[in-house]
Write a protein that binds this ligand. Structure first.
Ligand code: SAH
Length: 340
């Protein structure tokens, strides 16, 4: 029988497993403590658990671990980690540190199905979902490698988190639980290109995670051209799902808007975006386009970016411009891609 990676199980799931082993459920908390706080690598080392139980665990489970292949540091301090998965695939995570805040940008899939025409992540298609252990593992590894505690998480690396809903949700539960990594739900932000069924499920998860929507165009024709997902889940339905999410969770939504020269950077575009933001009482985060190899898109000039932002401000929209970090190491938004 193949062993199971115990890091794929939430605390609740381990508690249920404990029944199978005829041990009291508080042992699940001890196991979590060993795995996520003391970073144990072997069950046999878990000295406060009965020896017979440790041996049984060892027979059925293993403790997954990420393998670091490369660590790159940008001139601006941002770090990128390349991990090799057990099947030879690669994924990347990016650490952005600012004062007391250490934000890790994590991947949820190898490749991406959604093929937004400006993004590097989908250019080679989709390979597979990451397991919950591989999602959480990025955080554990980043902490171990750098000695820094990760305080904030953004699901903005490679892949579409809501297209890998179950594994993403388990990893959030593990990272959020006090016995696990203890990262507050409000410090976790999930970004989606607009997968509506996932937004609906996330609303019912009962955790106060932040939701960011990769909007990038506020009329269907333009959005269809930039993001094929819009043909399946058009703007009016997306806006409705977002409104429902905001209502059910009481959380404000952020609209991400990549500014691409001559594609979506006009004053009319800014007004259309303002309408959507107003309807959703959402914040807007403008992201000047980061250059991607093999793509001919460009960022607008600083002047155009300022005019666009100014128009949103005039329309009384809460807007910020993201200072996308790590461009020199291909770690900025949309630059993470499949490696071979
Ligand atoms: N699939 C999810 C998570 C990825 S987040 C999503 O689409 O939201 C990565 C963010 O960077 C998305 O908003 C994406 O649209 C944006 N992005 C993609 N390519 C980019 C580029 N070249 N420059 C700036 N942002 C980009």
């Amino acid at each position: 029988m193949d062993k199971i990676d115990i890091k794929n199980l939430t605390l609740e799931e381990i508690k249920k497993e404990m029944k199978r082993f005829y041990v009291p459920s508080y042992r699940a908390g001890q196991l979590f403590d060993w795995i996520y706080k003391r970073l144990a690598l072997e069950f046999l080392d878990m000295s406060n658990l009965p020896l017979g139980f440790r041996e049984k665990l060892d027979r059925y489970y293993y403790i997954g671990r990420m393998k670091l292949k490369e660590r790159l540091k940008s001139g601006d301090g941002t770090e990128k980690f390349l991990f090799e998965l057990s099947d030879g695939n690669f994924i990347e995570s990016v650490l952005i540190s600012a004062r007391a805040r250490n934000t890790l940008c994590i991947s949820t899939q190898v490749g991406c199905k959604y093929g937004c025409i400006f993004c590097a992540s989908g250019t080679r298609g989709f390979v597979r979902d990451l397991s919950s252990s591989e999602i959480t593992g990025q955080v554990l590894a980043a902490q171990e490698i750098t000695g820094k505690r990760i305080t904030n998480l953004v699901f903005m690396g490679m892949g579409e988190p809501l297209d890998n809903y179950e594994n993403m949700a388990s990893s959030i539960l593990i990272m959020n639980s006090q016995e696990g990594l203890g990262i507050g739900a409000r410090k976790i932000t999930l970004s989606t290109c607009g997968v509506i069924p996932g937004i609906e499920k996330l609303a019912s998860l009962g955790l106060q995670v932040n939701l960011s929507i990769s909007l990038h165009a506020a009329d269907n024709k333009k959005r269809d051209a930039l993001m094929p997902v819009n043909k399946k889940f058009p703007l009016e339905r997306l806006i409705k799902a977002c409104a429902l999410f905001a209502e059910e969770t009481g959380r404000k939504i952020t609209l991400e808007y990549v500014l691409i020269k001559d594609k979506n950077d006009s004053i009319v575009d800014a007004d259309l975006l303002s309408c959507v933001a107003r309807k959703l009482k959402a914040k807007v985060n403008l992201i000047p386009y980061s250059p991607v190899r093999c793509k001919s898109f460009e960022s607008p000039s600083g002047k155009t970016i300022n005019q666009f932002k100014g128009r949103l401000l005039r329309n009384k929209i809460n807007v910020t411009v993201r200072d996308s970090k790590g461009k020199d190491i291909q770690a900025a938004c949309g630059q993470l891609a499949i490696k071979q």
